[in-house]
Design a protein around this ligand. Structure first.
Ligand SMILES: [Zn+2]
Length: 452
């Protein structure tokens, strides 16, 4: 529903990609033109281009035949897809992220290669948009993912080479491990029969999508505490969604932790604030005129999802909201041994008096309960006033939530895309971090009760 229209891949794509790979600038221009316009079918329907293609096919008979025998198709026609194919020279594919309405540069991309089985291709980007563990790779249409490199590199890259196995007819590559609306649907299905889990309509997106929210835990009676979880204010920050899922599963688990959390806490979650961006494969971050996480101030919000959060949450919280946690991913790569380092896990502080102190006490608890492979050191938290954390106006979700009645902690957790101090961020480790967050929430609430 409402997906941005892009031309479906077809045999014409194959022909043009094949011809462009032969190198004549004229054909390359056609390919660039045709990619920029996203209008493949129409292009080939124009007699002059169809004729040009035919002439090349005849003139370069052998090469064209080779193309026909080994058609390589590169596309992004699936949820979250994003790539601009510039040209192919021999076995090097020149690509770049589709920035769309992004202010400046960003690094999200996700594409599929078909018909390259048994071969080897190098993918060269226009910038360093590949993290230190290389691309995430999926050979089963996105059902499972792995990092290409077993060990983290010292620096980001602008290219990678992939040797396609003889049976790898369709391989996806992405800057990290995608989490789409389909993944969320699977999560909802898992708990659809439970009476302590409910999915609701949150808002209708600007492109007409039904943006969901869900509540779980103590939803049938007035809870002791309320906790608000948000994710994908920035569409591309998908690793955060795996952590969110790990947290939800831990709360829903049939063990003493899950039971205590469900008995005492009502969780509200808006899992994909920028659902349009998630599904269309937008960067989302630094969207013009401003992105979803810069839409809380001044009034009125320009995004329906943010307007709905501002309207619904104060009514729902009834003074029992204790924590608002907004899950993000930072920049693609960076340092691990500094405050707010992009290869470290860190919380972001607010300017309100004693809020950082409260955040630090929760952070210490997270350090105590940490069981998963992801390392966390509370000294990496980024206090207000340091590095980029200096925005004066309360334009961000966490700053807005920090003023809700009764709240103790409103913060952003930045979960790196690929690597934390040498430890890979994967679907499994990101989910394990979610479980650790749930454990920390339980201990933190219990301690608060003890101290009252
Ligand atoms: Zn973000």
């Amino acid at each position: 529903m409402g997906r941005a229209k892009r031309a479906p891949p077809n045999e014409s794509t194959t022909l043009l990609v094949g011809l462009a790979s032969l190198g004549p600038p004229y054909v390359t221009d056609i390919l660039v033109w045709y990619n920029m316009n996203n209008n493949y079918r129409q292009l080939l329907m124009q007699p002059k281009y169809a004729f040009t293609a035919l002439v090349f096919t005849i003139l370069l008979g052998n090469a064209a035949l080779t193309t026909a025998e080994t058609p390589i198709r590169i596309d992004c026609e699936f949820p979250g897809g994003n790539i601009i194919l510039e040209r192919i020279e021999n076995s090097t594919v020149f690509v770049r992220p589709d920035l769309r309405d992004t202010k400046g540069n960003w690094f999200y991309w996700s594409f599929r290669v078909r018909g390259a089985e048994g071969g080897e291709l190098t993918f060269r980007f226009n910038r360093n948009v590949i993290g230190v563990r290389g691309p995430a790779v999926s050979c089963n249409e996105g059902k499972s993912w792995r990092w290409l490199y077993g060990k983290a590199l010292k620096s980001p890259q602008n290219s990678f080479t992939y040797k396609f196995g003889p049976d790898e007819k369709s391989v996806r590559f992405c800057v990290a491990m995608p989490y789409q609306k389909g993944n969320l649907g699977a999560l909802f299905k898992k708990y659809s029969a439970r009476n302590d889990f409910v999915v609701e309509h949150h808002a209708t997106s600007r492109k007409g999508r039904d943006v969901p929210r869900f509540r779980f835990g103590s939803i049938r009676s007035e809870p002791k505490y309320r906790i608000l979880l948000t994710c994908r204010h920035h569409a591309c920050e998908m690793m955060a969604s795996w952590t969110l899922e790990g947290l939800v599963d831990t709360v829903m688990a049939n063990d003493s932790r899950g039971e205590w959390l469900r008995e005492n806490v009502e969780f509200l979650c808006i899992p994909m604030v920028d659902l349009d961006g998630v599904e269309d494969g937008d960067q989302g971050k630094n969207r013009k005129p401003h992105d979803h996480n810069r839409d809380y101030y001044p009034e009125p919000p320009i995004y329906p999802e943010v307007a709905a959060i501002k309207q619904f949450v104060p009514k729902w919280s009834k003074g029992r909201l204790r924590m608002a946690l907004d899950l993000h991913c930072p920049f693609l790569y960076g340092k691990s041994n500094v405050k707010g380092g992009n290869q470290s896990l860190f919380f972001v502080g607010n300017p309100k008096e004693d809020s950082f102190e409260k955040l630090m006490s929760f952070s210490k608890i997270l350090e105590e309960v940490l069981k998963g492979p992801i390392k966390y050191d509370s000294r990496r938290n980024l206090p207000w006033g340091e590095s980029w954390n200096t925005l004066k106006e309360p334009r961000m979700f966490a700053r807005w939530a920090d003023n809700l009645p009764g709240i103790s902690i409103a913060t952003v957790l930045e979960i790196p895309y690929a690597d934390i101090s040498g430890e890979p961020v994967t679907i499994e480790s990101a989910r394990a971090l979610g479980a650790d967050l749930a454990a920390a929430i339980e201990r933190w609430l219990k301690r608060q009760a003890e101290n009252q």
